[in-house]
Design a protein around this ligand. Sequence first.
Ligand code: SAM
Ligand code: SF4
Length: 404
Amino acid sequence: MNQAESERLEALLESRGYLPVPGTEEADLIIINSCVVRRSAENRALNKLMLLRHLKKKCPEKKVALTGCLVSDDLEALKQQYPFVDHFFKAGEKFCFEGITDSDPGELPAQASVSSPVTIIQGCNNYCTYCIVPYRRGREKSRPPAEIAREAETLVVRGAREIVLLGQNVDSYGQDLPEKPDLANLLEMLNGINGLWRIRFLTSHPKDMSLRLIEAIASLDKVCEKVNLPVQAGDDEILAAMGRGYTAEQYITLVESLRKAVPEIALTTDVIVGFPGEDERRFNNTLRLLRRIRFDGVHAAMYSPRPETLAAKKFVDDVSKDEKKRRVKLVEEMQAEIAGVINARLAGQKQEVLVEGRKKGRWYGRSRSDKLVFFEHSGNWSGRLAPVTIENTSPWSLKGRIKQ
Ligand code: SAM
Ligand code: SF4
């Protein structure tokens, strides 16, 4: 979501005559888009800010703005802490500074990426006990379907072939709108856009994923067979302490329904290791769940207490850093093995690859199931669908060629 918001800011600035420069030394205006979901991300943003403090001393005429989840409601405290920052604006808020006013719903890039993000819902009402997002991005606010459709159509006219619908919890899309459309309604509407080839959405919440949505994935031709369904833990006590609203068994049942309706579906997930109270037995329950489901991809993160959250206030961060590291490594090793086997099955198969660009002399793009695919070819495949026969596989990407 930060990446999508940065792209929109870039489009806004370019439409007002700004040009990108290689580094902060050459810049007139510098915007830091921060993420604080984990301590490590927050540290990265803080390090950048410290570098800017020095730069601003040397060149006070440069303007510095700070956005993203580092920007809390307490602007006064922020101004005191970072007096060298000229402008603060909250994540997702319009940019109004230096005579630039962001219009509603915001500026779109003149040249859209082949795969373009479209935010459909801001904020989150879930308050998982470890998560800072609801405190920094506020409560859920859905965009009206007609506005989303207009934006998707414009992006397609400007070169997009795939849109990725974004939200912290896309499954609760529309519940705050008067007509209460849901994500399935929205997908159906967007599926009719001429020139649009693929639709993805991110991220789903297991407690909110509906049968209607599963049916939409199964029946709508442009909706890709891939779901990111963060499980976070495989132990019921940890899940309850996280406030996730489902048990491991309920999660497994949901995955079974998805796989029954869409047998070729690819699934990825997020896991937090070292949540307070996660002893060896509870961690093993997570490993067991991962082994049982066999995801296409797992993103494992070490728990870090975040300010304002219930978990930070109520629980002791009782798993050591070294132990968290060991657990992440175990998850990653196991996952590499599983993904290696899943991807190896694709060898010899033809995959439809939406080509996004070139890297190191090779074309790259994604299959419908979101696998990264590389191939070599002398033609120009940019923004096209390439029929690639897979020849080599690894846990992380595939390689193939276009057969004549
Ligand atoms: N809304 C999505 C969900 O329900 O899972 C994900 C949003 S969250 C911004 C992205 C990921 O960051 C989460 O899936 C979680 O694994 C991780 N995360 C959030 N808070 C964390 C924390 N305090 N420590 C470690 N990882 C965290
Ligand atoms: Fe954070 Fe996602 Fe939970 Fe919302 S649903 S509180 S964004 S982890």
